[in-house]
Design a protein around this ligand. Sequence first.
Ligand SMILES: [Zn+2]
Length: 376
Amino acid sequence: MKATGDLQLLKRINRSVLLRLIRSQPDISRARLAAVSGLTKSTVSALVRELLDEHWLSEAAAPVATQGMGRPSTPLNFDTTKRVLVGIEIAVDCLRLVCVSLGGVILTQTEEPLLDQSPANACKQVGKLVRVLCRQLDEKKLILSGVGVCLPGAVDGALGLVRLAPNLGWRNLPFMAMLATEFAKLGIPAAEIHLQNDADAAALGEYEFGGSGDDSLIFINCDIGVGAGIVLNDRLFTGFLGAAGEVGHSILQVDGPLCSCGRKGCAEVFIGARALGSKQGVVKGGQYLGVLLQNLDAMFNPHVIVVGGRSCIDHPSLIDAARTNQQAYARVAGLQSPEVRAARFGVQAAAVGAAALVLHQFLRPLLKEANHVSGN
Ligand SMILES: [Zn+2]
């Protein structure tokens, strides 16, 4: 890498360090930022100026007196009024688009049927939605920080590839490049585009915008299929080929009912939406979801497990039943249960997660560098 490249990366890292400190410590002063980050006061001052000019940050109109003998300081915060993150979920039958503030507040949301599952047409439909949104952003003088896209399949986020999305019929597709070409054709302003699996995105949405920054966190998406997103040590754990978290096809019963994947006894045949058609099915689904929670706790011992997806909206008793079952398993072994809660953003969980992906990557410049290196 050239020296200038090193310097630019260093600058991006320093900016992200400051942004993360400011997010975790609202109203922090420049002096405190320098003390906590280890950067010099002049470096902090210059970078904060840039971040203010680019509307990542806002500062109080007047200095505030500090406790003790120190000089008055100006509190710094994330500017949640100027920049927006756009998240798009390509589901099997619909497109969901959300526009989210840097603070995780949904500003606008759109949903429409996916007209055609072919990748080229899906690209066009996404492009049209984003173009309409960009015009609205222009009118409101809001700045587009980036676009995150998620879909139900195994994805290589660093390379922008869809490895396999069986329910869309997509395989080994350079979807991020296709979207970039479509956006350019439509005159959409150049913005970073990120791609991720839907459950992985939903996990990031809960992690970035859930309020408590719980590490580690697992998001289980319960729909026709059942998948999980896993956040460990401040990053997504996506596995060797991007297929980690396919918990719907973990086997819960030897020689059980036949699953769509060809195996028998997968979690999906007990917890997937098709199994929840009757009251009895929901009761059984709650029991097996409890088993799945127990297995995930045994494997990852997460701080929080978030359960979301269409099935949780259609069957609100599902989470309570699963939690009760998991707690019973933990009690027998004398162990503490993880917190099990419903998705904060409901049906928009994946779309908001796709928006969170933009912020997550921006705040971790090394993550993308590392991904690119490992992806080559
Ligand atoms: Zn299966």
